[in-house]
Design a protein around this ligand. Structure first.
Ligand SMILES: Cc1cc2nc3c(=O)[nH]c(=O)nc-3n(C[C@H](O)[C@H](O)[C@H](O)COP(=O)(O)O)c2cc1C
Length: 220
């Protein structure tokens, strides 16, 4: 895995993926995997709380960060298309608008990070990189996870939506009858990829006849 290095992919093939301390760290991991499989270069940043939740939810040891990433991403980490940036490194490539990327996805996005982004507080690499997306008018997608939501959460999301940020809450659907946790994760990751205009077949699309679903009249 390359750490702190500049990537070599063209901007359109390069995405920043952020993992914060909201529940659902698997979403960010699976998203990074799917992007890497599709020849994208992924610049990964994880907050301290993100590492804490990775420990709780996936058993990842925060004291062995490089090892955990190597184990999960294997060849992608070794050949350098996964570029990991420590969140404290505010001098990393992705902290600058001159480093060209297609955009950034924060999945999952905590209410804390969402609030910082909404208020232009860029005191670590995660929030600085997101701030760069806003100032450079690049794509920014946030996958918030919290429940219930209070008015400040909702106002922050509205502020960001009005700036053109895609707010894609980690909300499962049941109409496609998921049979496993993997299917539920793939559904959410697939929705994120849809919003990034990245082709995939991670979930069954409503009305897709190859899955035996008939297109209902009101969807025609
Ligand atoms: C196991 C665990 C689960 C958490 N789940 C959420 C969550 O779903 N949403 C959220 O906004 N914060 C959640 N938190 C709290 C955040 O991690 C905390 O507010 C943290 O300061 C966020 O920091 P960050 O935005 O830098 O990642 C969780 C914390 C832990 C330890």
């Amino acid at each position: 895995m390359a750490e702190n290095q500049k990537g070599t992919a063209p901007a359109r093939n390069r995405w920043v993926v952020g993992i914060t301390g909201a529940s659902g760290s698997i979403y960010g991991i699976r998203l990074a995997e799917e992007l890497l499989k599709r020849d994208k270069e992924v610049h990964l940043v994880v907050t301290e709380a993100g590492w804490r939740v990775l420990k709780e939810e996936m058993g990842w040891q925060a004291s062995k960060r490089s090892q955990m990433l190597q184990d999960r991403f294997g060849d992608f980490a070794i050949n350098g298309r996964l570029v990991y940036h420590p969140n404290s490194d505010i001098g990393a490539s992705i902290a600058s608008g001159s480093f060209r990327v297609s955009g950034m996805v924060v999945a999952p996005c905590s209410m804390g990070t969402l609030s910082s982004i909404a208020h232009g507080i860029s005191d670590d690499l995660m929030t600085r990189a997101a701030d760069v997306m806003l100032k450079e008018r690049r794509r920014l997608l946030l996958v918030p996870r919290e429940t219930p939501l209070h008015a400040i959460h909702l106002e922050n999301m509205l502020t960001l939506a009005r700036l053109g940020v895609t707010i894609l809450p980690a909300m499962p659907a049941f109409y496609y009858k998921p049979q496993s946790m993997d299917e539920m994760i793939n559904f959410l990751v697939g929705k994120v990829l849809d919003s990034m205009d990245v082709e995939h077949d991670l979930y069954r699309r409503w009305g897709d006849e190859q899955y035996g679903l008939e297109t209902p009249d009101h969807h025609r």
